[in-house]
Design a protein around this ligand. Sequence first.
Ligand code: ADP
Ligand code: MG
Length: 571
Amino acid sequence: MVDICGEEDDFATHGLRAFNHIFQDIVRPVRSGALRAQPGKEGKVTVLVGGGSGHYPTFCGFVGPGFADAVVMGGIFASPSIQAVATIGRLAHRGGGIVMGFGNYAGDNLNFGIAAERLRAEGIDTRIVVTTDDVASAPSDTPERRRGVAGDIIVFKIMGAAADEGYDIDAVEAVSRKANDHTRSFGIAFDGCALPGAPEKIFTVAEGRMALGLGIHGEPGIEERDIAAPAEIAAELYQRVMAERPPEARRLAVLLNGAGATATEELFVLWNELEVLFERDGLTLVAPLVGSYATSLDMYGCSLTITWLDQELERFWRAPVNSPALCRHAVEGDWVPASRQSVAELPVHYERAETADAARAGQCIARAMALLSRTMQEHEAMLGRIDAIAGDGDHGQGMARGARAAARGARRAADEGAGARTVMEAAADAWGDRAGGTSGALWGEALFAFSTLLDDRSSLSAATVRQGMIKAARRVRQIGKAEPGDKTLVDALAPFVSALEEARPEAETIAASWNKAVARAHEGAEATKAFAARRGRAKTHGNHSLGHPDPGALSFALAMEALAALMDDLA
Ligand code: ADP
Ligand code: MG
């Protein structure tokens, strides 16, 4: 949080001002907070929530139909003032009394508490519901000492839906307390957060370590450990929130929350592991959420929140909502476990080879793909490092992924007895589909071009292999439009193919010409060290690559070198 923060003192107020501007279809600005742009029905219970800034979309994102009527925002990690809470309470009141929702922190208890007394003194029935979902902050027999964290979003959503449905103040208070009683959260941080403009983080987690049970303002955790694999992180989170599971509980709302600097896709990775645990225990998920809903500025971490649902809580959790934090229609149906979700896919069917020779040729192509796969795996890291110099560092991964997929596709086709053409087509298809990147498309198309020279009747001859390579090279030149000297794969491919073309099949075996061609490919790849890239991603940083070979040229030479082992079998 040192890059875009403007004046440190204004961070929260400027943020709120922008928020109110951006979401003006849903909210209306007030000093230190926001109201619904369209106030709820006359006489309804007013839901007023709030707390410190720095947790976006908690709390201001909670205003809107189906959620809160109003929000009061304090400074960063600081409670709003008594005055702000009382003023916004008066503005938002619709005649049905006010239920205040906030997390259990000393400052919030004080400011909201005194504001509530003032409102009551003015004749407005005002109730308070504090959230206490963080299991790490105190033992289960003293829930009143627990902090409120990401559970806010579920508890306040239920509170807001109940008030919008027309519950009176006693009923809104009761259902909100029940929602809080049924909610548990546990968080893990991999790195701390910095206040806007501050050069240092307010707390840090040592490199490679994770802090368990950390609060959302950097309150110390209960334990520190080495960062574990996603499955272990998921198991830890799961076990902590499930420890207080009531025996009859079967249905639940779930939030897998990011702390601010966690990529949503990282949370998705973790979700896959969690999902297995929910399914194992026969639990039914209702409208789960994954994303950064309760953040701590730029903290890197995540938390898991669950709320046990009874019929009443479930009805309010499913109710429609339109707020900056959460916007959805009424949610119908249960979540089918991922393992039982059907994935749309075209059925694959391989033609069987017409002759035994052709089936052997199919097996030979599958072996070639397996060899390529092993070789690319072996060089994956090195190719990635070279690609990182002027490109994006993914060439090793792309080649390994493509070759692995091709090997699998080819193996499946060959095992079904397909001939050379069909097996090669399957490999080309899988490579192109799975590898990604420029090289993935080029390799997929090259293999496909090669396959067009094959058939499902014949054995594999040296002549077809030679012709196939020529055809593949032509296809790469045609679609990539690179010339020798552009520092691409072509710098290894072109000399390789010229060597095959120059070879005299009557005078030497394919194995011998192939080895010569491989040497030329390596020379070509080596020569690219002297060029700056003029094609592909690397051209933008072309000069960085001087002195280093082109990764695509090198991977090509290595691939051809690996295939030499198969050439003795060809006539
Ligand atoms: P991306 O560049 O999309 O990240 P990769 O990193 O997998 O894809 O592949 C990069 C390699 O692709 C380069 O090293 C180069 O050999 C090859 N390449 C890029 N553009 C072309 C092109 N137009 N023609 C031939 N090869 C190319
Ligand atoms: Mg790349």
